[in-house]
Write a protein that binds this ligand. Structure first.
Ligand SMILES: Cc1cc2nc3c(=O)[nH]c(=O)nc-3n(C[C@H](O)[C@H](O)[C@H](O)COP(=O)(O)OP(=O)(O)OC[C@H]3O[C@@H](n4cnc5c(N)ncnc54)[C@H](O)[C@@H]3O)c2cc1C
Length: 552
C-alpha cells in the first residue's frame, strides 16, 4: 500500500477533484486501464490557512494497487510525498492470565475509560459489572437540562456524573497527544464510528463529535456491552472496598432505587477498575482512608472567555464569509514574567459555557458545543498552572481542597448562578453593569459579579498579562467586552492513584484507570487508558467462569 501526502485543494473544491489530482500524480486511471485498478481511502484531511484568505484542504490518502505498479510509482516519485504505507491496526490480545477471578470484575465509572475497558473485557468473556453513580444517558440529559434551567442540582447526575462520563456534555474533541504505537488511537476512533459517529472523525485532523452525537454513541456502546455479558448498574455509587492482606476481596456500593430508597450492595470480587473521573472527590477520600497509595497532582485553574465566533473566523481565515468552513479554533500559550504557565484549554468553537457543577454550594464551569458548532460565540478556558505552593499543603488531597474553596467562592459570587464579567471590568476590578456586544452564550443561569475576588492577585495578574498578550497574537482577544465566567477548576485530576507496570495499585486487584486516576486527559486518552487496563486485567486474570465461582 502507498501513502500519498500533500494533496492540496482549495476549500470548496468538487468531490471529484481529489480523485483527479491523485490520478494525475500517480499517472493512473481507473476507467481506461483495467489492469491498473486501485482503491484509495482518505487517511487525513487538515485545513491550511497559512495563505489566508486563500484556504486549502490538505489530504493524505492510502492507495492500494498492483505491487509492481506501486514499485514503479515509488521509484518515479523518489519518495517525494509518496511512501510505503502500513496502517497501524490494533489487535485485541487474547486473555493469558492464570489468576482466578473471585467474582465478576467490577468497573466503577462509565466514562470513556470505563466504557472502553468494558468493551474489551466483555468481548473476552469477563462479564464486567459496571457501577455508575449517575443516571443512564437518556435520564441524565433531562437532569442536566433541568439544572441549567432551574439551578436545582442532582449531585449524582450532572455534567460530571452519569453514563458516558464528563465528556458527554462536551464539544467532544477527540484530539490527543498520546501517540500509541499499537494503533489504539485509530481503534478508539473506529469504535466511535462503529457506534454511530460520523466517518469523518476517522481522517479529520481535528475530529470532534459534539454532545448530540455523544449521547447516541454512549447508548449504542451500552447495548453492545450488555449483549456481550456486561451488566450496568445506574444510580449506584462505589462507596467502599474491603481488603485482606493487601488483596481486594469485595466492594460496597449504594444503589438509589426509583422510590428514593437506598440499597447497600456488597459485591464479592478481587478485581476493581476504578475509572471514576476527576470529580469523584468522595471516592478519592475513601481510597485515601483505605490506604490506597495516592499522590498530589498539579493541574490548572482559570476563567472561561467568550468572543464572537465571527471574529475568530475572520482572524483565522482572513475572510468574513466562512461558508462550508468549520467554526475556527485557536490555541494560545504564554509564560508570564513571574514564570507562570498560562494557556487556552478545551476551546469550543461555536459553543457554550456550561455550569458543570457536581456539588451543592460549589460552582464550576466548562465548555461544550453541539456537532454543528453554530452558537454565536467561541469560548475557551484561560488557565494558570497551579501546584502545592498554591495549595499551601503537602496533603495528598490539598489540590482537591483548593478546587473546592474556589468553587465555593464562585458559588457565593454568583449567588448560585454562574458569575460573569466583562474583561475590561475584570482588569479594572469593577462590577459589570451589563454585557456589551458579546452576548453571553451560557448553559445555566448567570449573573454579573466581580471575578477578581475568586483568585489570588498572583493568579489574576497572570490571567490579565496573558489575555493582553494574546491580544497581540489575535487582535481583539483582549477586547473589553469579551465575556468571562468562572470558575474553571476541573481541568484535570488533583490526585494520582499510583499504579505499577501491571496497572495495579498497592492493593492487589485494584486498577486505577483514566483521568480521575491521573493517567489521562481527554476523551481519547481516557479511552486508550481503559483499553490498556483491560489488557492488564486479561494478562493477570483468566476470564470469568461462573461455574467455578459457584463451586468456590
Ligand atoms: C463539560 C466538559 C467538556 C469536555 N470537553 C472535552 C472535549 O471536547 N474533548 C476531550 O477530549 N475531553 C473533554 N472533556 C474532558 C473529558 O470529558 C474527560 O477527560 C474524560 O471524560 C475522562 O474520562 P474518564 O472515563 O477517565 O472519566 P469520566 O468521563 O469523568 O467518567 C467517570 C465516571 O465515573 C462515575 N463515577 C465517579 N465516582 C463513582 C463512584 N464512586 N461509583 C460509581 N461511578 C462513579 C462518574 O459518574 C462518571 O460517569 C470535557 C469535560 C467536561 C466536563
Amino acid at each position: 500500500m502507498l501513502r500519498i501526502d500533500q494533496l492540496k485543494l482549495p476549500v470548496g473544491h468538487d468531490e471529484g477533484d481529489l480523485t483527479k489530482k491523485l490520478e494525475k500524480i500517480l499517472k493512473i486511471d481507473n476507467v481506461k486501464n483495467e489492469q491498473r485498478r486501485y482503491s484509495c481511502r482518505i487517511i487525513r484531511r487538515s485545513l491550511d490557512a497559512r495563505r489566508k484568505p486563500e484556504l486549502f484542504y490538505v489530504y493524505s490518502v492510502s492507495v492500494e494497487l498492483d505491487p509492481k505498479e506501486e514499485e514503479r510509482i515509488l521509484k518515479r516519485s523518489r519518495g517525494r510525498f509518496i511512501s510505503k504505507y502500513e496502517p497501524k491496526v490494533y489487535h485485541m490480545p487474547e486473555p493469558e492470565g492464570m489468576n482466578e477471578l473471585k467474582g465478576r470484575p467490577v468497573i466503577a465509572g462509565t466514562g470513556p475509560a470505563g466504557l472502553f475497558c468494558a468493551y474489551i473485557l466483555c468481548q473476552n468473556g469477563y462479564a464486567p459489572i459496571l457501577l455508575e453513580r449517575g443516571e443512564q444517558v437518556e435520564d441524565r440529559i433531562d437532569s442536566v437540562n433541568a439544572f441549567w434551567k432551574s439551578g436545582r442540582l442532582n449531585p449524582s447526575s450532572n455534567v460530571q456524573f452519569g453514563e458516558g462520563g464528563a465528556g458527554t456534555f462536551s464539544d467532544g474533541k477527540l484530539n490527543t497527544l498520546v501517540n500509541d504505537k499499537n494503533g489504539r488511537n485509530r481503534f478508539v476512533l473506529d469504535t466511535f464510528v462503529k457506534f454511530g459517529a460520523p466517518e469523518e472523525i476517522g481522517f479529520s485532523a481535528k475530529p470532534h463529535l459534539g454532545t448530540d452525537n455523544l449521547t447516541d454513541i454512549v447508548r449504542n456502546m451500552r447495548m453492545f456491552i450488555t449483549q456481550y455479558g456486561g451488566t450496568f448498574c445506574f444510580n449506584t455509587t462505589l462507596t467502599d472496598i474491603a481488603i485482606q492482606e493487601g488483596h481486594l476481596i469485595n466492594v460496597k456500593a449504594e444503589s438509589v432505587q426509583k422510590d428514593g430508597s437506598i440499597d447497600e450492595v456488597v459485591i464479592d470480587t478481587n478485581c476493581l477498575i476504578a475509572a471514576i473521573g476527576h470529580s469523584a472527590r468522595d471516592t478519592f477520600g475513601m481510597f485515601n482512608t483505605r490506604g490506597v497509595s495516592m499522590s498530589q497532582k498539579n493541574f490548572a485553574v482559570g476563567l472561561r472567555i467568550q468572543h464572537p465566533q465571527k471574529m475568530i473566523n475572520e482572524l483565522q481565515y482572513g475572510r468574513t464569509d466562512n461558508d462550508g468552513l468549520p467554526a475556527a479554533d485557536y490555541k494560545l500559550t504564554n509564560r508570564t514574567q513571574k514564570g507562570r504557565n498560562v494557556y487556552t484549554f478545551c476551546m469550543c468553537p461555536g459553543g457554550y459555557v456550561v455550569n458543570a457543577s457536581s456539588e451543592e454550594g460549589r460552582l464550576a464551569v466548562n465548555g461544550m458545543s453541539y456537532s454543528g458548532r453554530d452558537s454565536l460565540n467561541a469560548n475557551s478556558a484561560v488557565i494558570v498552572s497551579v501546584d502545592k505552593k498554591d495549595f499551601g499543603s503537602e496533603d495528598v488531597l490539598a489540590g482537591l481542597k483548593f478546587q473546592r474553596d474556589l468553587e465555593e467562592k464562585a458559588y457565593r459570587l454568583g449567588n448560585g448562578d454562574v458569575p460573569v464579567q466583562k474583561y475590561g471590568d475584570y482588569k479594572d476590578n469593577a462590577l459589570t453593569a451589563e454585557p456589551g456586544d458579546v452576548i453571553p452564550q451560557i448553559k445555566g443561569r448567570y449573573r454579573m459579579a466581580n471575578l477578581r475576588e475568586l483568585f489570588s492577585e498572583d493568579i489574576n495578574e497572570a490571567i490579565i498579562e496573558s489575555i493582553d498578550k494574546f491580544g497581540y497574537t489575535m487582535e481583539g482577544f483582549d477586547r473589553a467586552d469579551a465575556i468571562l465566567a468562572g470558575v474553571e477548576s476541573r481541568t484535570s485530576s488533583p490526585v494520582r492513584i499510583n499504579r505499577d507496570d501491571g496497572f495495579m495499585s498497592n492493593i492487589v486487584g485494584l486498577y486505577p484507570c483514566g483521568e480521575g486516576a491521573g493517567y489521562a486527559g481527554g476523551i481519547t486518552s481516557a479511552a486508550i487508558d481503559g483499553i490498556k487496563v483491560a489488557e492488564a486485567v486479561m494478562k493477570h486474570f483468566r476470564p470469568y467462569d461462573e461455574s467455578r465461582n459457584e463451586l468456590s
